[in-house]
Design a protein. Structure first.
Length: 190
């Protein structure tokens, strides 16, 4: 129960969030005792996907971005999925919510295509990250030092490449959430 008393936000986008990248991190942090809130673009439920194209399951959205503030949470998980990450980065309220975690020096874990949202939030300058290989140029153009590694931790920011990296991603996310705020987390905020 390493995360007892911690409140963790996890994002979901309708018909676009990669199911294993949503389910496994959510289950891991809940098992460690965290209180997890699923945040989406719309209330109700959101359908996930598998391998970007195959239908996944339906998951309840606890709150929308208009209902929450980064002040309410100790950490943030951003699952990937090409369409899901693209929908999140296109929403100004979602981007502002993500950016606020960096401004408040709180840990953030983003996997696969999710770092696209970090590029949109303009929080990657000088940060070491990884992601799904197809967006490495986007992340480099946003100022990140992109590397091809299973999991990368940079002062409270945890990134991984794809669902094959989930075990390492979840373990490192739990560690960073346990540690809490990281003073250097806000260094990249423009």
């Amino acid at each position: 129960m390493k995360l007892q008393g911690k409140k963790i936000a996890i994002l979901i986008a309708p018909r676009g969030t990669e199911e294993p990248e949503f389910v496994q991190p959510k289950n891991v942090v809940e098992t460690e005792g965290a209180d997890v809130t699923v945040i989406g673009l719309k209330s109700g439920t959101a359908k996930t996907v598998n391998n970007d194209l195959d239908p996944g399951g339906d998951y309840a959205v606890d709150k929308t971005f208009n209902d929450v503030s980064a002040d309410d949470f100790d950490g943030l998980i951003i699952p990937g999925g090409t369409a899901g990450a693209d929908k999140l980065r296109a929403d100004d309220t979602a981007v502002a919510f993500i950016r606020a975690f960096f401004e408040q020096k709180k840990p953030v874990a983003a996997i696969c295509h999710a770092p696209w949202t970090l590029a949109e939030a303009d929080v990657l300058k000088g940060r070491k990250v990884t992601s799904f290989h197809s967006i490495k140029t986007d992340l480099r153009n946003a100022g990140a030092n992109w590397v091809d590694e299973e999991v990368v931790v940079d002062e409270g920011l945890v990134t991984s490449r794809n669902p094959d990296d989930l075990d390492a991603f979840c373990a490192r996310a739990v560690e960073e959430f346990c540690e809490g705020k990281h003073e250097e987390q806000s260094r990249s905020v423009a």
